[in-house]
Design a protein around this ligand. Structure first.
Ligand code: ZN
Length: 244
């Protein structure tokens, strides 16, 4: 079973592109993806809940919802997160691109994630210090570091340091979406085990060529010099275990 652990209902691109549940599932079908974790960003927490709830209502057997944690200074979002997670959302997304991941932003979310035993998928944009602090300070919270640490990173030592964070902290998983130094995904598998490396497309990218991006992401895992069991684990087993 192939599970995409990182799929956008609304992207972080300049246009804030939104994707319908139908579009996402069409790409999944074309690429051979069984299930996808879906979330919105570049919007409020409340809207992210509505978008994911509607998508999952249409495809309950295919889509798995995460809630987007973005602080609001008009009202606290912690209760909105809690309600969504208690209703069945399976994880939380945070993104450094829309707020600084300072203590007052991240820590209440990490406490809630520990309490409700859901992972936090966090795009840290290469902020190694914050990854180290959160991994150490919240050892009972499951932290998924997006893109092995930084989206489309070409600085090998930096990714090496993020893998070190995961080596040092068993509560850390690495998301292998948006990775251009493909061999570092294999490096991560060798150092922390396939159980803690998650396949993701960071799509769905239905345009201009349906499912090309998703197929490419799958091929990236299939071409790694790791065992067939490890490939299967990365492509779906690891996130299935993580989310129970
Ligand atoms: Zn993403």
């Amino acid at each position: 079973m192939i599970i995409d652990s990182h799929c956008h209902l609304k992207h972080g691109d300049v246009a804030g592109t939104e994707y319908s549940a139908e579009e996402i599932v069409r790409v999944m079908d074309a690429a051979g993806i069984d299930r996808s974790v879906v979330f919105a960003m570049q919007t409020t927490t409340r809207r992210s809940i509505e978008m994911a709830r509607d998508a999952v209502a249409q495809f309950p057997d295919r889509l798995i919802p995460y809630v987007y944690a973005l602080p609001s200074y008009d009202r606290p979002v912690i209760e909105e997160l809690r309600e969504a997670l208690e209703e069945g959302f399976r994880g939380i997304k945070m993104h450094v691109g829309e707020c600084r991941i300072r203590e007052h932003i991240s820590d209440p979310v990490f406490e809630l994630a520990e309490e409700l035993d859901v992972p936090v998928l966090m795009d840290l944009g290469g902020d190694l210090g914050t990854a180290q602090r959160l991994a150490a300070q919240f050892p009972q919270t499951k932290l998924i570091i997006a893109h092995l640490g930084q989206y489309k990173c070409t600085v090998e030592p930096l990714i090496g340091q993020f893998i070190e964070v995961a080596e040092a902290h068993p509560n850390v998983w690495l998301d292998a979406s948006g990775v251009v130094m493909t061999y570092l995904i294999a490096e991560a598998v060798k150092r922390i085990g396939a159980e803690r490396v998650l396949f993701g497309v960071d799509g769905p990218y239905p345009r201009p060529h349906e499912a090309t991006g998703a197929r490419y992401a799958i091929r990236q895992i299939e071409m790694l010099e790791i065992s067939a069991e490890d490939k299967a684990m990365v492509l779906g087993g690891s996130v299935a275990r993580l989310l129970g």
